[in-house]
Design a binder for this molecule. Structure first.
Ligand code: PLP
Length: 387
C-alpha cells in the first residue's frame, strides 16, 4: 500500500504510542501510575452533566447539530470573553466552536499554510503546532524557549527571512509544558511582531483558568488592536474537566475564523447538540467551583515539588497548566530515564524531548493523579534508586 508522502514526514503522535505501551503493561496486570497526559481525572459538576442529560433526552438533539455551533453557544463564548477578559467578540463572525481545540489547531494550518510556508512554533511546545504545518505541506520553524528568558519566545531571534515566509505563529501561555505565564508586555510585543510581519498570531490558551497562587492569566485579545492579527484558541477540556467531551473554540479575527470554518465545514459536521448545551451551562453557570478545583491541582503540584529534589530533580512551581516541568540531573538522557522509571517503578512521565529538542534534560509530570497516588510515585521512585 502506498501512503501519501505527508505521512512519511509525520512521526507517530507520541502520546498515542505511549498510550499503547501503557495499555500493554496494564494488560499484564502491572499497576502503572500514568503522569503522562493532562487529562483531567475529576468530573465536571452535576449541573453540567444534568444539562447534557436533559438535552440528550430530547428527541430533536440527535441529528447533525449544524456547522457553526448554536447561537446560544456562540453567545455564551462571547459573553465569557467579555466577562473574563473584558474583550468584545462578535458571536456571529468572531467565534467558532470547535470539536476540542486540537482539531482547530491542525485545521488552522490547512487554512493558512501552503507548501514552502513556515509556521513558527515554540520548542518545547504542544506537538500539534508543528504537525499541522507538516500536514499542510509547510515547514515548522522552531522558536526555542529558554529558562533564562522565563520560557518566553525571543522575537528578535527570529530571522527576518523566516518571518517573511511565516504565515502563522503559535504561542501558548500558561505554557504547556513549562508552566510559565506570559506578562502583558510580552503579549504586546507578540501582537506588534505579528502586525509587522503580517503573520496570524494563534494564541493557544486552554489553561487560562487553570492557574495557581492567585495568578490570573490574560487573553492575547486584551492587547489593543490584537484582533487585527490574532486568533485565540480555547477549550472546555481543562477548564471544565470536559476533555473527553470534545468542545473548544476559536475567537478573534473574523477573516481568519471564516477561513478556519471553511476548512471545518468540509471536514466535520459539528458538535453533538447535548455537548453544546452542556457547554453553555458550563460557561454561563456557577464558576466558583473552579477555584476549589484549582486548589486540588495546586496541592498535587506541591506534593510533587516536595519529593522532586530528594530524587535529584528540580522544578519551578508552575503558575498554570496541568504539569510540573522538572529538570533531570546534568548528563541524564530524559528518554532513557522515562523508560527506566516505567520499567523499575511502573510510573510513566513524559520525557521532555516529546515536546521538541529543547525539551531535553526535562520530564513533564501531569497533575491529573490523586494526592495519594502522587505520594506513592515519590515512594516508588526513591525505592527504585534510579537517580
Ligand atoms: C497546549 C495545548 N493546546 C491544546 C490542547 C488540546 O486540547 P483539547 O483538544 O482537548 O481542547 C492541549 C491538550 O493537552 C494542550 O496542552
Amino acid at each position: 500500500m502506498r501512503t501519501a508522502d505527508r505521512l512519511n514526514k509525520l512521526p507517530p503522535y507520541v502520546f498515542a504510542t505511549v498510550e499503547q505501551r501503557i495499555a500493554a503493561q496494564k494488560a499484564r496486570g502491572v499497576d502503572v501510575i500514568n503522569l503522562g497526559i493532562g487529562s483531567p481525572d475529576l468530573a465536571p459538576p452535576k449541573f453540567i452533566i444534568d444539562a447534557l442529560y436533559q438535552s440528550a433526552l430530547r428527541p430533536d438533539t440527535h441529528g447533525y447539530a449544524g456547522y457553526y455551533g448554536t447561537p446560544a453557544l456562540r453567545k455564551a463564548i462571547s459573553d465569557y470573553y467579555a466577562r473574563r477578559f473584558g474583550v468584545e467578540v462578535d458571536p456571529a463572525t468572531e467565534v467558532q466552536p470547535l470539536l476540542g481545540s486540537k482539531e482547530g489547531l491542525a485545521n488552522m494550518a490547512l487554512a493558512f499554510v501552503d507548501p514552502g510556508d513556515y509556521v513558527l512554533a515554540p520548542d518545547p511546545g504542544y506537538p500539534t503546532y508543528s504537525m499541522g504545518a507538516l500536514m499542510a505541506g509547510g515547514e515548522a520553524w522552531t522558536m526555542p524557549l529558554h529558562e533564562e528568558n522565563d520560557y518566553l519566545v525571543a522575537f528578535d531571534e527570529i530571522p527576518r527571512d523566516v518571518a517573511a515566509k511565516a504565515t502563522i505563529m503559535w504561542l501558548n501561555y500558561p505554557n504547556n509544558p513549562t508552566g510559565v505565564g506570559a506578562p502583558m508586555g510580552f503579549l504586546q510585543d507578540a501582537v506588534a511582531f505579528a502586525k509587522e510581519h503580517e503573520i496570524i498570531l494563534c494564541y493557544d490558551n486552554p489553561y487560562c483558568d487553570l492557574t495557581f497562587d492567585g495568578y490570573v492569566a490574560p487573553s492575547v485579545l486584551q492587547v489593543p488592536g490584537a484582533k487585527e492579527w490574532a486568533v485565540e484558541f480555547n477549550s472546555l477540556s481543562k477548564t471544565y474537566n470536559m476533555a473527553g467531551w470534545r468542545i473548544g473554540m476559536a475567537v478573534g479575527n473574523a477573516e481568519a475564523i471564516s477561513a478556519l470554518t471553511t476548512i471545518k465545514t468540509n471536514v466535520d459536521s459539528g458538535i453533538f447538540r447535548p455537548v453544546q448545551d452542556a457547554a453553555v451551562a458550563a460557561l454561563t453557570g456557577d464558576q466558583s467551583w473552579l477555584l476549589e478545583r484549582n486548589g486540588i491541582y495546586q496541592r498535587r503540584r506541591d506534593i510533587i515539588l516536595e519529593w522532586l529534589p530528594k530524587l535529584g530533580m528540580s522544578a519551578h512551581p508552575p503558575k498554570g497548566g496541568l504539569y510540573v516541568w522538572a529538570a533531570v540531573p546534568e548528563g541524564v538522557n530524559c528518554e532513557d530515564l522515562a523508560m527506566e522509571v516505567l520499567e523499575k517503578a511502573s510510573v510513566w512521565m513524559t520525557f521532555g524531548t516529546a515536546f521538541g529538542e529543547h525539551g531535553a534534560g526535562h520530564m513533564r509530570l501531569s497533575l491529573c493523579v490523586s494526592e495519594g497516588r502522587l505520594r506513592e510515585v515519590g515512594e516508588r521512585l526513591s525505592r527504585a534508586h534510579i537517580l
